[in-house]
Ligand binder design. Structure first.
Ligand SMILES: [Zn+2]
Length: 139
């Protein structure tokens, strides 16, 4: 049986993958984390169809049951294309507010499904359009 502590859910965005891997290494997640990469991160867990919501919850369940992961890290980022196609944010603060609300909703949904799971939330602020400089914040 192979166990890991954590499931990280993050966006597919290629601009951030290297930075996310670095952050994982620096924060003790190396070789201890399953990764679920979805366009928009938890966006479709919150606003997708019932089938999509079930699919994502079951993906978390694979990690939960197979690897005994009991922590989920929700990792959302600024300038997210998946959010921009659905919303007309007036500024970065509006985007952050929406994604923060979605993270709270996702946390509730995950905890309702798996009652002994811990959920942590991370915001990745992009400082430039290419992801060369980014800032990770624990929410
Ligand atoms: Zn994104």
């Amino acid at each position: 049986m192979h166990n890991c502590s954590t499931i990280i859910i993050h966006c597919i965005d290629f601009r951030l993958i290297n930075k996310i891997r670095e952050w994982m290494d620096q924060n003790g997640f190396k070789n201890d984390t399953d990764v679920l990469s979805l366009g928009g991160g938890i966006k479709e867990l919150v606003d997708g169809t019932k089938e999509i919501q079930e699919f994502i919850l079951k993906q978390i369940g694979i990690s939960y049951n197979l690897h005994n992961a009991r922590k989920v890290v929700l990792m959302q980022h600024s300038d997210c294309g998946a959010y921009k196609t659905n919303y007309n944010f007036i500024d970065g603060e509006a985007e952050f507010a929406q994604q923060l609300e979605d993270m709270h909703t996702a946390e509730e949904m995950i905890k309702n499904y798996y009652d002994d799971i811990v959920v942590e939330k991370i915001w990745i602020q992009m400082k430039d359009p290419h992801g060369e400089e980014v800032e990770f914040t624990n929410l």
